[in-house]
Design a protein around this ligand. Structure first.
Ligand SMILES: Cc1cc2nc3c(=O)[nH]c(=O)nc-3n(C[C@H](O)[C@H](O)[C@H](O)COP(=O)(O)O)c2cc1C
Length: 175
């Protein structure tokens, strides 16, 4: 049996609007991300945290797609994830593994959230160009995804079927 923090994780499509993410929880989530491994310890990740009522939330919320706004706006925390894809302007990669490493940092954050009785729903359903114009990331940084973090108010509902373990090791290769 895999660890319950992994085995019970799911992406909620309903959050309890009363489920707040306090300063201590937010600190722990970011601390968990901070300790993720990265190629050459390049740490190519960045996050914008926005809780309801904070100015950053007002900046981010209008850029959600209708599909994600339905549940993400009830979450106690929205996080915009960024990767340092370029050294400066697009051209020279900061790290070949920048997006890979950001994903690991988000995985760390997600497991820490489970340990705090919070749930995470990652999503891409937002206006990337609009949000980029709004937040104006610095040179080399690009927005990748968003996370809604909060108290789940439903059970697993997304398509959750998984490929078999055997398939994971055979599918990438010719028979
Ligand atoms: C990079 C990424 C982008 C995602 N984008 C969306 C999205 O735009 N909308 C959505 O409802 N779910 C999104 N998801 C959530 C996945 O659909 C979900 O993780 C998958 O269906 C498995 O369900 P589970 O997380 O409950 O196990 C995204 C997940 C990841 C990792």
């Amino acid at each position: 049996m895999i660890h319950p923090l992994l085995g019970t994780r799911f992406s909620p499509t309903k959050f309890d609007p009363a489920g707040r993410v306090d300063d201590q929880a937010l600190e722990l989530l970011l601390e968990a991300a901070r300790w993720a491994p990265s190629a050459g310890n390049s740490q190519p990740w960045g996050f914008l945290a926005a809780r309801p009522g904070e100015p950053a939330h007002d900046q981010v919320a209008p850029h959600l797609a209708r599909s994600s706004a339905r549940w993400a706006l009830d979450a106690g925390l929205l996080v915009v994830t960024l990767t340092r894809r370029w050294v400066d302007e697009p051209g020279i990669a900061y790290s070949e593994f920048a997006d890979y490493d950001l994903g690991q940092a988000v995985a760390h954050l997600t497991v820490q959230a489970q340990a705090l009785d919070l749930a995470v729903h990652q999503f891409r359903a937002f206006d990337l160009d609009g949000l980029t114009a709004e937040l104006r990331p610095g040179p080399g940084w690009e927005i990748v995804s968003m996370l809604a973090v909060g108290r789940a108010a439903d059970g697993p509902s997304l398509a959750r079927e998984r490929r078999s373990v055997a398939d994971l090791t055979t599918a990438p290769f010719l028979p």
